[in-house]
Structure formats: structure tokens, C-alpha cells
Design a protein around this ligand. Structure first.
Ligand code: PLP
Length: 348
């Protein structure tokens, strides 16, 4: 907001060329801190989908190759690959889920073969909260020469991620979920092992390594992940997201994770008291702070979520016919208890 105010007041006098050139840096630095990687491995974009599209075209799986993902994925995790696969004659293979929206990780692995170029998943599935073992997927992908691309929009800021040791080659996250930013900014990690081979799908004046040396007849991409930064963005959103990520780092990523899981435990406990079925995986290896609840037969999760907001000022989401509860660092155990009490009132 300070950035927007300054821009409204002074235009380019408040935000000059030098500021624009360095406009991504606070967010790149904060993200590098969050992911325990180098600033050079981080890029900034406007949305997760945009970064994933650019990565998909950069990899451009050729005719006859395949991309492996899951049917439970958020569409933006898969669609960028669908587009490139359609253009090139590649195949998108999606592992199915069961009646509890659960994807058996072995079903993902069994789709991988010698022609696989990319394995891509949402680190945490948006509807069930199922979390994948990135190392296991990376090993399987790398064993056939494929890369692992991770959409961490539903995990980054909740689950601690040590990017260089995760096995992932690319990690992308939107800013407005667990990172607690506004719309308009997203971050990407591009492993140094794949970065120099990546020719981004989206190019613009900022793609040249000296952004103010404006000559259309040539372009030299930066060596580092900033090659994916190609044009102007909502710099204010990026600055705000940088602050929000620094706040998470100051709180401690492990502390946030433990806090969120403790609240998720309280959601589970309360749901059990109400006799509600919990769809989300509950094993330590596969769980997250997303707890999806099945409403009793004949009760619409859509209506319950609307009434929770209108009558109790409690925000949860209806997704895939489930009530998705996502407690995070700003929430307290008392607020979870308020939710359980409100659910009790509405359901009885
Ligand atoms: C897993 C996942 N990926 C991507 C997105 C969309 O991100 P963006 O709006 O930044 O493209 C969402 C939004 O809900 C999501 O849950």
C-alpha cells in the first residue's frame, strides 16, 4: 500500500528505473531465506500459473514423450503441460484418486517410464490436503532423466521446504495462500542443475540481462533464475509478499508448521466429537494443515461454508463437496473451538 500511495503521488519520480530494476530483489531475498537456497535460484512472477506456463514451454516435452501428474491436482498444476503437450504431440498421464480423494503415490510412480520428461505434482493437494514425499518422486523422475516440477502453492509457508535438498528441480508458489500475500505476486525456485537449459516460454524486455539496454535485435538471458522475469509486475504486491515471507521466517518455518499441525489436530478432534468424517490423510508422512471434512448425508458443504461466514464470521472453503479447513499462523486454538461450536449449531 505504501508503494501504491507513492506511485499515485509521484509516479516515476517515486519509482524510477533503478527501483524498477531492483523491484524483485526483496522478494527474491525473502524467498531464498524461506527455501534455504541462493537468491540466484529464485525468480518472481505475477502468479503461480504464469510461472508454470513459462516453465512448461521452457521444458517443451517433445512428441512421443509424457508428463506425469495427478487427477486430484489443482487445474493450474496440469493445464500448462496440457497446452504444450497438445502443441507437441506429448501425452499427459494423470494418476487417479479413490473415493476419499486420495492418490496412491505408487500409482504416480507406475505411470513413469523411459519417455517421461516431467513429473509434476501439487506438493499438497488443494482439496484433500494430501502431501507428497518430494524426495521419492524426485528419485523416480531422475531415474529416467525426467525433472520434478512442484506446485507448492498449497504448502509453501505452511510446510518447511529446503529447496536444494528437496530433490525438486522447479518449485513454484502463488503468494496469496499460505505465504499470506496479496494477489499479483508469485515465486519460483529453479535448481541450478536445470536453469541454464531453460529457455523461458514468456519473454519480454526484462528477459535481457541488462534490462535498460533496450535493443530488440539481441537478447542475452541472465544465467540465474531471474531469466524467468520478463516484464513489469505489480511491484507493490511483490514488496508486500516479501514482508509476509520475512514474517514467516522470523516466526520460524518449523514453528509455523508445528503451530498449524496443532490447530489441525484440534480440528480433527472437534470433527470427531461431531461425528464428521475426515477425508484428509492423517499419517505424519502425508498430512498437512488442510483438514477436509465430509458433511453428513444431505448437507451441502457449500451452504455450511456460506453460513459459517455470514452467521459466525468464520472463513472456510467448500471444495470438491468437502468443507476445507486451513488453520494457519494467525489462528488460535480458541478460533478452532469457535468453528467446532458453530458447526455443531449449524448441523443440529
Ligand atoms: C495448487 C494451486 N496452484 C495454483 C493456484 C493458482 O495460483 P495463481 O492464482 O497464482 O495462478 C492455486 C489456487 O488455488 C492452487 O491451489
Amino acid at each position: 500500500m505504501e508503494w501504491s500511495d507513492a506511485l499515485a503521488r509521484g509516479g516515476a519520480a517515486e519509482f524510477d528505473g533503478e527501483a524498477e530494476k531492483n523491484g524483485m530483489m526483496p522478494l527474491r531475498r525473502a524467498t531464498a531465506r524461506l527455501l534455504s537456497c541462493e537468491v540466484e535460484n529464485v525468480c518472481v512472477g505475477s502468479s503461480a500459473t504464469e510461472l508454470l506456463c513459462s516453465v512448461a514451454w521452457a521444458v517443451s516435452p517433445p512428441k512421443g514423450s509424457n508428463i506425469v501428474s495427478t487427477k486430484a491436482s489443482f487445474p493450474s498444476t496440469v493445464y500448462p503441460w496440457t497446452r504444450v503437450a497438445d502443441a507437441n504431440g506429448a501425452e499427459v498421464r494423470l494418476a487417479d484418486y479413490n473415493s476419499g480423494l486420495y492418490t496412491e503415490p505408487d500409482d504416480i510412480l507406475s505411470l513413469i517410464d523411459q519417455d517421461t520428461v516431467v513429473v509434476t505434482v501439487s506438493h499438497v493437494e488443494f482439496s484433500s490436503g494430501q502431501r507428497y514425499d518430494l524426495r521419492r518422486l524426485a528419485n523416480a523422475a531422475h531415474s529416467v532423466g525426467a525433472i520434478l516440477v512442484v506446485d507448492a502453492t498449497q504448502s509453501m509457508g505452511m510446510v518447511p521446504i529446503d529447496a536444494p535438498n528437496s530433490g525438486a528441480d522447479v518449485i513454484v508458489s502463488s503468494g496469496y495462500k499460505w505465504l499470506r500475500g496479496t494477489y499479483g505476486a508469485a515465486v519460483g525456485y529453479i535448481s541450478p542443475s536445470v536453469c541454464s537449459d531453460m529457455y523461458p516460454g514468456l519473454l519480454g524486455f526484462r528477459s535481457h540481462d541488462d534490462i535498460w539496454d533496450l535493443r530488440a535485435e539481441r537478447m542475452t538471458l541472465p544465467e540465474d533464475a531471474s531469466r524467468f522475469e520478463y516484464t513489469t509486475i505489480h511491484f507493490g504486491a511483490a514488496l508486500g509478499l516479501a514482508r509476509a515471507i520475512d514474517e514467516i521466517c522470523d516466526f520460524g518455518t518449523q514453528e509455523v508448521w508445528e503451530h498449524d499441525l496443532k490447530l489441525a489436530d484440534l480440528v480433527i478432534e472437534g470433527a470427531n466429537r461431531l461425528g464428521l468424517n475426515i477425508v484428509s490423510p492423517m499419517s505424519e508422512r502425508e498430512r498437512s494443515a488442510i483438514v477436509s471434512l465430509r458433511m453428513p448425508a444431505g448437507v451441502s458443504s457449500e451452504i455450511i461454508s456460506r453460513r459459517l461466514q455470514e452467521e459466525h464470521s468464520i472463513l472456510v472453503t467448500s471444495r470438491a463437496g468437502l468443507l476445507r479447513v486451513s488453520p494457519h499462523m494467525d489462528n488460535t486454538p480458541e478460533e478452532v473451538e469457535m468453528l467446532i461450536q458453530a458447526l455443531n449449531t449449524l448441523l443440529s
